[in-house]
Design a binder for this molecule. Structure first.
Ligand code: SF4
Length: 328
């Protein structure tokens, strides 16, 4: 599900309680999975690193104190960008304050490609949501998702395109074994939600919000990557649980379930949404938003390098150029 904000926040401005429901509200272009493409134009513009400090048990590296940002602080933040911030504040700075584009990867392109097909499938009347009709959206997905910039980022050639199409077809086959979309009652797909939650201005785009047979709401999030570790931790559901808080604040109704659909693997992981979890996620978002404002005012978003944080980060080379000891 997605999510936000270097691109969307400036477009939507203040987000208090704006909400668009139903299929009439879609489609919208997903902007969080693949940010606008391009490369590190601002490569050497950041100030020197000066010192180390310790926060929350990890080494945090700060800029010299005189830095201030010419870019405005985004007016809202998505669950995924909050997660970025909590992993490494410097990553949030690069992505959301400086808005340095992150090049597409094959994995992100595939994710967007599959999400596009699912989104289009759910614009059809329930009886028309067949696998044959779903396959009809693959060709439009090539046009809509594989822009020249994306193709350049991932060095796409004919063999890669054929692989992407074959893998998407396989995802569709697997998906239709997981559920029958003709029987799904959806309140919205690519549902745009914005509300201030516990002082944090949140904005995000939900893959799908279902009305289950028992009348309750369920958050559905498609995952095109691998399954989490069997002992999946609370982070697996963290974004979706924050979306539950966002739904409650926007719609006045708290979803009862979260459904993570691993559509490449044929497995769904479900979890109930509890008041305790929603409150905890809201408090965490509020705390993070307070720190974002504080770091912005200070001109310092600390870097917290680690193997896990840096492994898939697009800003590795930029960080290294600025003296951050990014693990190899
Ligand atoms: S490379 Fe590591 S330290 Fe640098 S922004 Fe990314 S996660 Fe943070």
């Amino acid at each position: 599900m997605r999510h936000e904000d270097p691109v969307l926040a400036p477009l939507f401005g203040t987000v208090d309680h704006h909400f668009v429901a139903g299929r009439d509200a879609v489609p919208v272009r997903r902007t969080d999975q693949i940010a606008a493409t391009g490369h590190f134009g601002a490569f050497f513009h950041t100030p020197f690193l000066l010192r180390g400090a310790v926060t929350t048990g990890v080494t945090a590296l700060f800029y010299r104190g005189e830095m201030s940002f010419t870019q405005a602080l985004p007016q809202s933040v998505s669950p995924s960008r909050l997660s970025d911030f909590q992993t490494c504040p410097r990553r949030y700075q690069y992505a959301s304050i400086e808005r340095i584009p992150q090049p597409a990867s094959y994995a992100t392109a595939k994710g967007r490609f599959a999400h596009y097909v699912f989104e289009q499938l759910f614009t059809l009347a329930p009886r028309d949501r067949t696998i044959e009709n779903a396959r009809e959206f693959i060709a439009p997905a090539v046009e809509a998702i594989l822009t020249e910039d994306v193709r350049a980022d991932i060095d796409m050639d004919d063999a890669m395109l054929a692989k992407l199409i074959a893998e998407t077809d396989s995802i569709l086959t697997t998906y239709f074994r997981m559920e029958d979309p003709t029987a799904i009652s959806s309140e919205g797909v690519e549902l745009r939600l914005g509300a201030t939650v516990n002082g944090a201005p949140l904005f995000g785009i939900l893959d799908r919000l279902d009305r289950d047979a028992d009348g309750t709401l369920a958050i559905v999030d498609y995952k095109t990557g691998g399954l989490p570790n069997r002992n999946y931790d609370s982070q697996t559901f963290a974004n979706a649980e924050l979306y539950a808080a966002l739904c409650e604040a926007s719609l006045g109704e708290k979803p009862k379930k979260i459904r993570l659909m691993y559509v490449a693997k044929g497995e769904t992981i479900e979890r109930d949404v509890t008041d305790v979890v929603v409150k905890a996620r809201s408090n965490s978002a509020s705390n993070a938003w307070g720190r974002i404002n504080q770091y912005y005012d200070d001109g310092d978003f600390p870097a917290t390098p680690s193997i896990n944080a840096c492994r898939f980060c697009s800003y590795k080379e930029l960080c290294r150029a600025n003296g951050v000891p990014v693990p190899r």
